[in-house]
Design a protein around this ligand. Structure first.
Ligand code: ADP
Length: 285
């Protein structure tokens, strides 16, 4: 089982002819509301990859439908509790595909430590814990999971050097994209490969990914596809990666599967709702 302390957002997506400038009021050409948040996306990816996922998080009374959506994807939602209004993202996408996003953390910043403790009380030392940088309690929960003997993973997004440093002592796996890896390298003054984490995976979009372990580096090519929408590729990749590792697959096989899932994801328009199932991934490539 994978315990995911993660954000749950309502994504409010507005199509606009151009991104509004200061003082400008424009009409949207379409509107869509959907489940989002890196945490929720990863939980859906983990479940669709065929692993058990217990989501730890917080929503408001307005967020029951997000919990229902996670549950219908097969995610265990018993440890999602109610606090502030549900976190949300206001997303503008213009005709050129450019976007601008405003996040409101809402309930995601009010996850209770009692809920984290109650969820992790159910964990075994063969289980996995993951979190990202969109909730509170990342370091506390990572420490608790580490103390219980779980494999602890972290997706360093959205990037904050402070947040990475706080969880670093507990990590067995760190996943970052190319931009985040460069930021971390600049902040710490050390090459990524020298971080005291057993496994580090740097994703490189269409260029695949890099895996560092024990001072060694291995490069993995991406599956060539024609991208339609790259949102959610990283979350899908990471969800599939830890799902495969939690199932006992070696890193090479886990990365290969995650790469296929990420590649299929970029051929699809949308986010959580279109994260592919394991069957779709294995049939596609
Ligand atoms: P993020 O969305 O976090 O920036 P990336 O863009 O690096 O993450 O994508 C994560 C993974 O998804 C990549 O390592 C790759 O395996 C896959 N992927 C992303 N974009 C493409 C693409 N254009 N073609 C094929 N695979 C892709």
């Amino acid at each position: 089982t994978i315990f995911n302390l993660g954000s749950i957002n309502v994504d409010l997506v507005y199509r606009v002819p151009h991104l509004p400038g200061p003082g400008e009021t424009i009409a949207s050409t379409s509107f869509k509301k959907g489940l989002g948040g890196k945490g929720a996306n990863m939980s859906v990816a983990i479940a669709r990859a065929g692993s058990r996922c217990t989501h730890i998080g917080s929503v408001g009374d307005d967020g029951q439908w997000t919990v229902d959506t996670l549950a219908s994807a097969g995610v265990d939602t018993r440890h999602i509790h109610r606090s502030l209004p549900t976190g949300h993202a206001v997303i503008y996408v213009d005709d050129a595909g450019e976007n601008s996003i405003v996040l409101n953390a809402g309930a995601n910043s009010c996850v209770s430590s009692d809920v984290v403790a109650a969820a992790l009380a159910e964990a075994k030392d063969t289980d996995t814990f993951i979190c990202q940088n969109e909730t509170n309690l990342q370091a506390e929960a990572a420490q608790m999971a580490h103390a219980k003997g779980l494999s602890v993973a972290y997706a360093a997004a959205p990037f904050s050097a402070e947040a990475v440093k706080a969880v670093l002592p507990y990590l067995g796996l760190l996943v970052l994209n190319e931009v985040e890896a460069e930021q971390l390298q600049t902040e710490t003054g050390h090459p990524i490969s020298e971080l005291p984490v057993r496994d580090i995976v740097v994703t490189l979009g269409a260029a695949g990914c890099r895996w560092y372990r024990g001072g060694q580096r291995r490069d993995f090519a991406a599956i060539p596809v024609t991208p339609v929408d790259t949102t959610g590729a990283g979350d899908t990749f990471t969800g599939y990666l830890i799902a495969a590792l939690d199932q006992g697959k070696p890193m090479e096989a886990a990365i290969a599967l995650a790469g296929k899932a990420g590649a299929l994801m970029v051929t699809r328009l949308g986010t959580a709702e279109v994260i592919p199932t394991l069957q779709e991934v294995t049939e596609a490539f």
